[in-house]
Write a protein that binds this ligand. Sequence first.
Ligand code: NDP
Length: 496
Amino acid sequence: MEHKKVADVQLYINGEFIHAAGSGYFDNKNPFTNEVINRIAKGDRSDIEKAATAAQEAFLNGPWGSMKLKDRMMYIERIADLIDEEVDEIAILETLDTGLPISQTRKMVGRAAENFRFYSRMVQTRMHGDAYQVDDEFINYTVYQPLGVVGLITPWNAPFMLTTWKIAPALATGNTVILKPAELSPLSANKIAGIMKKAELPKGVFNVVHGFGETAGDALVKNEKVKAISFTGETTTGKTIIRNAAGTLKKTSMELGGKSPLIVFDDAEFERALDAAVWGIFSFNGERCTANSRVFLHKNIKDKFVSKLKERVDNIVIGDPAAPETQIGPLIDHSHFNKVSGYIEMAEEEGCAIYQGSVPEAVKAGNFVPPTLLLEASNDMRICQEEIFGPVMAVIEFETEEEVVRMANNVEYGLAGYVWTNDIKRGHRVAQAIDSGMLWVNAQNVRDLRIPFGGMKASGIGREGGHFAIMEFYTEPKAIHVAMKDHHIPQFGKKK
Ligand code: NDP
């Protein structure tokens, strides 16, 4: 992909782009060529401390904390407008940085501005407390107050979209923010910093500290000034963060890995189920938390479905992620390529038949894994139990509803699930029986921003989206009790 030179990236702290305290940089590579795109400032503990001091000052003494709601929302909406102006540029950077096909990054980035507009509306209309009349003696009421400085830690797989899911509710509710983006996808996070500067957000309200998880991320989690961590990433990292957050007793929100089932019954609308199964694992290069990586096919339709899956796999366009026709691009980096390839080898050892597309010779410098079917899989294989996070679909046959529900649930994760059937009773029944945070019946993963997003079991704790983000995570509900009469107060120690 031809692209104009991308400048080195600095940290963004207290409204300024600055070098990391240690002055170090790390290389950022293009997954399509494995060549260096630019260098990224390597933040560490002292940069996190600097950002936390700035963010705390902005919260306690800056204008942000005391700003009128409508003025704060003007900033939120200005951010949305600025994103809209830069959608094309951000999408190109995201593709360059991650290898996600440009047709897909354009759509994702195009929706990000709406996250800000949505939370502007949400905070103005939905973030209200309750009042409780207690006989004629008391009135109790609740208010929702921001937490203070919040830390956001994000992954590389859909960086801009996921980051804005967190920034929009965090800022709209009045918090100040430190973002630690994934080291493998820093470019769009740097763009957000630029947008915040253009929007003239008061200094210290929004900060970005690039760097590694084990240093910058770790310091953010352990920093005393930071009141909460919203994390999206791998389950093992989430466990580490929860342990490390315990030292300062932080609130945490966890959006973690998945191994989601897609179940096709023999009465399902065949072509639509096929489209959804293919899109749900091969879009975003399969690096998708809600990917339907386990596809359960009823035995009556299995052979026909598999032969159609093979046809699709043969025809998926693999290539330069910047080309508009590309459907699958390269994986994020070489070590992830090795991990995904290792699982395909493991599938063969575990007894699967492998069916793959082929990667064109011309693009072999990139981290390409072709779309892959792991056929004749059984649910207890490691390739059906562990998150592969690539364009790899395991196909499992089933006969009865009871059997498929048992297999779908027999996994550590519980993020998403998809059920295809024309039997309305069965659709609801199976959706309700599957242990996942989100289920779709006769639908692919289409999401309304009002709906809670997140998983159960090893896929997460808490929900993002809708009023859940603003009322259950980014604010503290406070109860105020007011006496209206002289109620009884015990008089300890009073002389009779
Ligand atoms: P990781 O868990 O490797 O990294 C996520 C973020 O955490 C990165 O910024 C990383 O920094 C940082 N980090 C790593 N170690 C620590 C630490 N000890 N303390 C603080 N921060 C740390 O996830 P990936 O980036 O590999 O993302 C892919 C994963 O994300 C998949 O498992 C996927 O399922 C999940 N995901 C879940 C979603 C959901 O909503 N449930 C949505 C999207 C993805 P660095 O980059 O430097 O390592």
